[in-house]
Design a protein around this ligand. Sequence first.
Ligand SMILES: Nc1ncnc2c1ncn2[C@@H]1O[C@H](COP(=O)(O)OP(=O)(O)OP(=O)(O)O)[C@@H](O)[C@H]1O
Ligand SMILES: [Mg+2]
Length: 330
Amino acid sequence: MHPKMLAIEAADIFGVSVQAIHKQLKSKKLAYHKLRNRVYFEYETAIKIFAPYKQPCKVVVFVLVKGGVGKSTLCRETAIRATLMGKKVLVIEIDHQGNLTKSFGINASDYPVLIDLLDDSLIKVADATVNVLPGLDILPSRYDNSVLDNFIMLKQVPLQRVLKSKVDPLRSAYDLILIDCPPSLGQSISAAVLTSDMVVLPTTPCDFSDSGIDITVNEISRMCNDHDMSTIPMKIILNQFDNREKDSRDTYSDLIKHHQYGEMMFSGYIRKCKEIEKYRRRKSTVFDSTASTAGREDIDTFTRELLGMHNLKSNHVASHLPNPEIMKGY
Ligand SMILES: Nc1ncnc2c1ncn2[C@@H]1O[C@H](COP(=O)(O)OP(=O)(O)OP(=O)(O)O)[C@@H](O)[C@H]1O
Ligand SMILES: [Mg+2]
């Protein structure tokens, strides 16, 4: 797998011309490649190009009680895209199904997983993570994690601390930590939510009462209240959107008009895209190819918004950013 950031995409992120990006690649002697006349670069160059936009580490958890809505898919593709924006990323899978782990071709029986870390304080998360791509590590998962909820309850470990004590020390080593949850609302999911800076709720076009959003949002709000935590920001992303389907158009319209959920929506949606499924089966990513696909475009937009990088363009125009190095040498 060789995920790629196209020069033209970087130009769009920064609101500059593609020639300006080419010029910077050359003047700073950064590694880049050409495929079918398109210039692209990888993680090591992305670190340099995006260096002026370093932000504090953000912990984001993907939750929804309903299965098959794209939690693991978005977690995976967003993690990969973020590395191409120069971020060092850790993905923690707590879903015992281990779909995310398998999608990276990892055999989790070779590595410690979360339940092992909680059971044996001598094993550190940093020793259990597996590097899957430049800039991307994963804490794998396997079926043994299915007893996480019982373990947390029986050991009476305070929910607020159980995962936070493991994750907080990693904030200095990573720019982004993404947690992929199973389709449930047990103790381990609560622990993940209480560790996070933001909760992302992926949903798909369907009858609203069957979406699982109500119960997930209510449960997270109740839990934050119980733990005297100011509510953690929750944001909804509509996945598998298809403009040709009435269900898709109706769900999107219902969500943006909703008195509570309207304000929680990401500004776009993720279109249904067969390449997402195709590349996942090949243990690859939509960012491996240089082709423009709906999946590539939408996950890029989503990742920028998640990282707070969607305003760079207008900020450049308004010159609000303090002397961004990226502008040097134009
Ligand atoms: N935008 C999309 N376009 C096409 N296929 C998609 C898209 N998003 C997800 N999928 C496919 O939908 C299926 C379910 O996705 P995924 O496994 O990510 O859901 P999940 O919420 O993690 O499920 P679970 O709750 O069971 O863990 C997968 O086969 C995935 O490839
Ligand atoms: Mg999943």
